[in-house]
Structures are given as C-alpha cells and as structure tokens.
Design a binder for this molecule. Structure first.
Ligand code: FMN
Length: 396
C-alpha cells in the first residue's frame, strides 16, 4: 500500500459490491462527489525554493492538544459492515497515530466503550427536534467523558441514494436476493466480518443515536433512527450550546449566513462539508467557500471534508483557510483491508506525504501554509442570501 487509493482498490475487491458501493457512491448523479475532486484539481501549488527544511513537523495544535497531523477521521455510520470491530479499529488507530477520530451516531459499539478504548474520541450526533431526547443524550455524553460534540446538520431527511437501491442495499440493512447473492460471492467477507461479528459480538445494534441503545441494524427504523430529524432547528442548536460544556462543532455548513449564526451562538468549530457528496447532490464543494468562511471565523476552528486523499490535498485545504481536514472513505477502506493496522498505515502514509510535501513547498510546519502557497483557477462563485437577494460573496 503506497497511497490511500491502494486501500480503495483492495477494498473494492474484498467487499460485496453493495457494501463497497454504499461507501463509494454519492447521492443521485454524484455531481457533488465530482465537484469535490474538481475543486482540488483546480488548485495548483506554488513552491518556494532554497529554504532550509531540514527540521520539519506535521504536528498541529487544536483546543489545547497537539495532534500528529492536521487531519482526522470523519464520522462514518455502518462501519461494522466493512470490517470486524471496525469502529474500534478506526478509533484505536486514530489514538495510536494521535489524530482526531469522530464516532458516528450510526455506529454499533457503545460510545462508552470507544471512550474507554480510545480516550479523546469525539462524538457526532444526528438529532431530532426534541429537547428531552437531546438533553438525555447530552447527559450520556457527559457521563462518558466525551469532550467534543459534532452535530451533523445536513441530514434532515434521508438522501436519495439510487446507487444503493440499484445494488439492493439500504440502512437499516434488509437482506434481499441481490444482497444475499452479493454476500455469498464474497465468502471471505461473509466469514470474516458477518459470521465473526454475529458469533462473537452478536447482532450489531445502533448503539449511539440517543441516550438508550437503538434497534438492530437489520430491523425497521426505531424512533431513534431519523424520526424528528426534519424538525431539528437553530432553536435546538442554541439549546445544546446553552447546556453542553464541551467543544461544539456544527457539521454540514455551506452557507455564509448559517456560519455567521453558528458563530454568533458560540460554536467552537464549523465543519464545512457536503457530506462527501452523499446528501444534496449538486451541493457546493466546501473548498470553494473556504476562503470566505475563513475570513468570518473569529476564534472558531474550521474543518473541511470531501475528497481529500493526498498530502497535497491537505495542504491545499490549509492554504485556503482550513485548520483541519477530515477524511472519510479511505480510512473505512483501510479498516476493511487490514483493520486497525490498515488504518494506522493509511494515517501514516498521509502524514508522510504531508511532511514530504511541506518540504517540497519550502515549509517546515503546517502553520506556515498560507494563501500564497496555491494558485486557483476555480471559477467565480457567488451565493445569494435570502433577504434582498444580494450576491454577498465571490471567488476568491
Ligand atoms: C460510509 C459512510 C458513512 C457516513 N456516515 C456519516 C455519519 O454517520 N455522520 C456524518 O456526519 N457523516 C457521515 N458520513 C460523511 C463523512 O463524515 C464525511 O463528511 C465524508 O465521508 C467526507 O468525504 P470523503 O469520504 O470523500 O473523505 C459518512 C460517509 C461515509 C462514506
């Protein structure tokens, strides 16, 4: 394995088509998946030369903790379908390599276990517009010692994932003839992931949507699963900010007015994201709005995700104003290929690339990355705000 793309190729061979497809595909026509890739391709790096780069470090400070690199593992639900004890593998590998890990609400290991195995793990919530349920979850997180709460806001309803349906897949998992045939043609996965999980851990459940354990991942949705998410609003977000003493991050922000509102409420971080192209197809690539958001952010930290695969990609994001880059799919593929060791290797590869690329740019640390490190030919983009319809910002 020489690059993150190698894990993807290996995972494609190892996993049933529908499981690999569930991770790889985006919503509808996958315009946002491509938009993320294209935005990166339209940024060019502009190196400096004859700089002493002998003493380098990729270390990065975030909220009083020093991480080994300016990237982390994005929250991913359904990880148990990809590898035996995948949530644990991701969390422990991130802890081993000292990068942030965000446990998804749609995970199937109790968050308390993850907090014990990998202290310092973050938690991502999918919330319903229901104060009582929110408050009960906050208590659970506090008791478990979770320090960073990421609230995902871009899933008020389930996305239109035609690609999954065509492959016979959905969550909750409902085994039909296509899924069964797909599974039977991948005996290594069937034995090493499905049977091993069922025999040793039992049927995976949605453990972390709310204060209490949810239903099994093969059952029809329980109230914890999506119900009421379409009624989650700013009012609930303020309710959380008033009660949650830890760090609070809003994930899925793409509009300037939403960013302002969250910042006014005292959010600690914004995760600019189109959910890896998995939700609203056609949603703007976060990279294109990053410079404008960077000018607004004040003391809040800016995270960005969607399609970052190389050290050079990480550096481009930082040059555009991000503090940290979050990465999803490649780490899930790495878990599918070689569990904790695979994820460690993937993290290490990306860190080595970042280190080498810093040197090639004439830099010795991430905090030296600045806008002049990139030249952009991304086309002008103007977003209209609702009131008055005035175009409020452009590119760059
Ligand atoms: C299989 C899979 C499951 C995901 N589940 C969640 C989730 O439960 N919560 C969430 O906020 N984002 C979820 N995401 C989105 C990621 O957190 C992240 O925004 C996206 O994957 C980043 O793009 P990348 O995969 O191209 O790096 C998921 C992504 C994938 C691939």
């Amino acid at each position: 394995m020489l690059a993150l793309a190698d894990f993807e190729r290996a995972a494609r061979r190892r996993l049933p088509r529908c499981i690999f497809g569930f991770a790889a595909h985006g919503a509808e026509d996958e315009r946002s998946v491509r938009a993320n890739e294209e935005a990166l391709a339209r940024l060019a790096l502009v190196p400096r030369v004859l700089v002493d780069v002998g003493a380098r470090s990729t270390r990065c400070e975030l909220w009083g903790r020093t991480y080994s690199a300016p990237f982390g593992i994005a929250p991913m639900g359904g990880a148990a379908l990809f590898a035996y004890r995948a949530d644990q593998a991701l969390a422990q590998a991130a802890a081993d390599e000292n990068v942030p890990f965000v446990l998804s609400a749609a995970s199937s290991v109790p968050l308390e276990d993850i907090a014990r195995l990998a202290p310092g793990s973050w938690y991502q919530a999918y919330l319903a517009g229901d104060h009582e349920r929110i408050e009960a979850l906050l208590h659970r997180l506090e008791r478990a010692g979770i320090g960073v709460l990421v609230v995902t806001a871009d899933v008020p309803v389930a996305a239109n994932r035609e690609n999954d349906l065509r492959l016979g897949f959905g969550i909750p998992v409902t085994p039909g003839p296509r899924l069964i045939a797909d599974a039977l043609s991948h005996p290594r996965w069937l034995a090493g992931v499905v049977l091993r999980t069922l025999l040793r851990e039992g049927m995976p459940h949605f453990e972390n949507f709310g204060a209490r354990r949810g239903g099994p991942i093969v059952a029809p949705p329980s109230p914890e699963f999506r119900a009421g998410r379409d009624r989650f609003t700013w009012e609930h977000f303020r309710f959380i900010r008033d009660r949650w003493k830890g760090r609070l991050v809003l994930k899925g922000v793409l509009h300037e007015e939403d960013a302002r509102r969250a910042l006014d409420m005292g959010v600690d971080g914004l995760m600019l994201s189109n959910h890896g192209g998995r939700q609203l197809d056609g949603a703007v690539s976060p990279l294109r709005i990053l410079p404008r958001m960077a000018s607004l952010r004040g003391h809040a930290k800016l995270f960005v995700d969607g399609g970052f695969r190389r050290g050079t990609d990480v550096i481009k994001a930082l040059a555009m104003g991000a503090d940290f880059v979050m990465i999803g799919r490649p780490f899930l593929y790495a878990a599918a290929v070689a569990s904790r060791a695979g994820v460690r290797q993937a993290i290490s590869l990306l860190r080595q690339e970042t280190d080498r690329d810093l040197a090639l740019l004439g830099l010795t640390a991430p905090d030296q990355i600045e806008p002049s490190c990139v030249a952009s030919d991304l086309p002008h983009i103007a977003v209209r705000c609702g009131v008055g319809g005035a175009a409020v910002w452009g590119w760059p």
